[in-house]
Design a protein around this ligand. Structure first.
Ligand code: GLA
Length: 723
């Protein structure tokens, strides 16, 4: 697992297939030697000694040709004398920003929780605590590098402790820095915007600085906290790549910097933009952790590793491997316009069709009949609900459904009792009029009294009502970043303190109500990140529910996040976001790529549509384990600009799915090939007498029917036969 070779001063981390090696240089600086397929406990010092030197760079410690700037470093500090972008930068009391981190000691232990932050954990995980020290600043910087040997996953986070007698300001503390001795890579990120989140974005790295970030207070619709470095020939099923995914829900930076000598420096961590942290003598700060995966098996292998890892080491234990209910959400069915009769009619039809959970979305509280009021007043609107919330829930449960509720706890409307009572609880800068987005302000979750208030309100709501699921929304970015609770030299801590406050509320509520299934959401996928997944086993993937738009969104999301975490609903046509008309069949197949539900007016359905929906639901129930908790991989298709294929598979079933975007005339019939099966395994196409071996399914595949209309889809369900 973790071995320290005294003679070479190298630390080797061995997982089942991979190896991560770093070492202590004679100067005490740390060098990064290797991250790749397993090599064994061999001396890798030549990786550093054989680097050709360029004469114009500064010599370190006045040793001729000892140029830190050209070495692959582990945690470079500002200005000493590596002039590439540092991982670490502090401002000392005298205004200087130089630091010099050198090895002091180390310790190996089991992996422990990071206080106040979501942490990946497993009984087999081991951590190396590598303590670096700056004698002038009297600062201890500990890298906690962990290995999950069975998962082929490595994590890292950093702990900074001020052991001096004056306050210091942390200006930059990335969670990891990896220096690669080449720039022959592609960069992979997941980006987009509201309604078209997590699209795969691949481009060649070039000299200079490139990357993605968020300055929005949440991880954001724009970019996911992920960066991947790919060998140019890396494809879905072969090729080498590295992935870094930050377990964090706030402002982040993920960057690749190619220097003058064609080296690539990869970093991810809290965004240094508008961030600093005043560290008092004796105090410490811990960064969020990064999950690092390397594979030579292409993008699908990377996905499989992240999926399994998040399922086993991050998601709430109670739900990680539990089948999730098929839900009916009333948002696109009614928006704000509903009453008791409508809700009960929807629930009754939902139950008849086989749904299991009814979710009452926005508009059930205060005076909320549009988006301009009442956030913060989490008291049911009894007039609209035709009685108490408890009575409505009872009626829904009486139908045989579970009940779920939408809430947006982090926000407050100017038109609300909460805002009247506590106008000073919002995020704002004194003397400047704060901006509204969707007629709402953001509560200052960095303040303990605000956190306590929300914990109390949520506890009351969940204690007084039989609620088995909560959709926790967050519908605006954080502007006007300023907090009344923080003194001037702590103002730049707001972004991080907000997220830590949010995590405290989520942890408290999910501990108190351990049976509660939490689904988070931020105007769709605006906060779809591993930080949120530590508390909520599923996340609303996007407000765009169009089946064709969802193909790319879910494809990108599935790069990192397991299928059961992606909530996907069948909605009405013409689609409310893009106006497209797709068949119910295609909408069903696409939504069943993840955690399945419906979000349309069931009362407007034709009889034929009801029959199709009942069929979809019984099929999903029969294969739900495979479709939610099995292995999801993306399949190669003939024309990737016009087709999508994916496979859901476990010990019992193999489900192949294919969607055409546009129909084309007179195309040659194509076949969809499965992957990752055992050659000799035997499969039967359900409801037929057709049998195939794994080898046949992988080498020849199944014939895709010619599309006779746009947006045509096909699904094949195969049962795995006993040996
Ligand atoms: C956000 C969510 C939607 C819905 C609305 C309600 O946009 O993403 O699903 O809940 O809020 O206002």
């Amino acid at each position: 697992m973790i071995e320290f070779n005294q003679a070479t001063q190298q630390f080797h981390f061995f997982s089942q297939n991979d190896q991560f090696t770093l070492g202590i240089l004679p100067s005490g600086h740390l060098a990064f030697y290797y991250f790749g397929e397993k090599l064994g406990n061999v001396d890798l010092s030549y990786v550093v000694t054989e680097i050709q030197r360029a004469s114009y760079l500064a010599d370190t410690d006045c040793i001729k040709d000892f140029k830190l700037e050209q070495l692959p470093l582990v945690y470079p500090a500002f200005g000493n004398p590596d002039l590439r972008t540092p991982a670490f930068e502090v401002e000392l009391a005298d205004g200087s920003r130089l630091s010099d981190l050198r090895y002091q000691k180390h310790q190996i232990s089991t992996k422990k929780e990071i206080k106040g932050l979501p942490t990946t954990l497993h009984e087999s995980a081991q951590s190396l605590q590598l303590v670096l020290y700056d004698c002038v600043a009297q600062m201890e910087v500990t890298l906690i590098i962990s290995i999950f040997p069975e998962h082929d996953v490595f994590t890292q986070h950093v702990r900074i402790e001020n052991q001096g007698i004056t306050e210091v300001q942390i200006e930059r503390c990335m969670s990891v820095n990896l220096d690669f001795l080449s720039d022959n890579y592609d960069l992979l990120t997941l980006g987009g915007a509201w309604g078209r989140e997590t699209h795969l974005n691949r481009r060649k790295v070039t000299q200079g600085f490139q990357g993605v970030d968020s300055k929005r207070g949440a991880s954001g619709h724009g970019q996911n906290p992920f960066i991947g470095l790919l060998a140019p020939d890396c494809q879905e099923n072969h090729g080498e790549l590295y992935g870094l995914n930050l377990v964090y829900s706030g402002n982040f930076l993920a960057s690749a910097e190619v220097d003058m000598h064609q080296n690539t420096r990869l970093q991810i961590g809290i965004n240094p933009f508008a961030f600093s942290w005043a560290l008092a003598p004796g105090a410490y700060f811990e960064t969020p952790e990064v999950v690092m995966v390397h594979t030579c098996g292409g993008l699908n292998e990377l996905s499989l590793r992240y999926h399994r890892f998040y399922q086993e080491c991050l998601l709430p234990k109670k739900f990680a491997k539990k089948e999730r209910p098929i839900l009916m959400n009333n948002w696109e069915a009614t928006y704000f316009d509903f009453d008791k009769e409508k809700i009960l009619a929807l629930a009754t039809t939902g139950k008849e069709l086989g749904m299991e959970l009814f979710v009452l979305d926005d508009g059930w509280f205060g005076q909320r009949n549009n988006d301009d009021s009442s956030l913060g007043d989490w008291t049911p609107n009894e007039e609209k609900l035709g009685g108490s919330l408890a009575e409505l829930i009872q009626a829904i449960c009486h139908l045989g459904l579970d009940f779920g509720l939408w809430i947006e706890p982090e926000m407050v409307s100017p038109k609300s009792h909460l805002f009247q009572a506590h106008p000073d609880w919002i995020i704002r800068v004194a003397q400047r009029e704060p901006q509204q987005v969707r007629h709402q302000y953001v509560l200052d979750l960095s303040r303990v009294e605000v956190q306590d208030y929300l914990i109390e309100v949520l506890t009351k709501l969940l204690t007084e009502n039989q609620i088995s699921y909560v959709k926790w929304d967050m519908n605006r970015n954080i502007t006007d970043a300023g907090s009344r609770g923080l003194s001037p030299n702590h103002q730049q801590e707001l972004g991080h303190r907000y997220i830590v406050g949010l995590y405290r509320i989520l942890a408290t509520i999910t501990e108190r109500f351990s049976e509660l299934l939490l689904e988070t959401c931020a105007g769709g996928g605006g906060r779809f990140d591993p930080g949120m997944l530590a508390y909520s086993a599923q996340i609303w993937t996007s407000d765009d529910t169009d089946a064709i738009e969802r193909l790319a969104i879910q494809e990108g999301t599935s790069l990192l996040y397991p299928q059961a975490t992606m909530s996907c609903h069948v909605s009405a046509v013409p689609n409310h976001q893009v106006g497209r008309i797709t068949s119910l069949k295609t909408r069903g197949i696409v939504a069943q790529q993840g955690n399945f539900g419906y979000e349309l007016d069931l009362l407007a359905l034709s009889e034929a549509e009801k029959i199709e929906i009942s069929r979809q639901i019984s099929e999903y129930k029969a294969y739900r384990r495979t479709m939610q908790l099995g292995r999801l991989v993306r399949l190669a298709v003939y024309d990737a600009t016009n087709e999508h294929g994916w496979q859901q598979e476990d010990e019992d079933y193999l489900i192949l799915n294919h969607v055409f975007v546009l129909a084309k005339a007179n195309t040659v019939p194509k076949r969809l090939k499965a992957i990752n099966l055992e050659n000799n395994a035997r499969y039967q196409l359900v409801d037929s007498q057709r049998f195939f071996t794994g080898a046949e399914l992988m080498s020849i595949g199944l014939s895709i029917p010619k599309p006779t209309t746009d947006f045509a889809s096909t699904r094949w369900i195969l049962r795995k036969l006993e040996e």
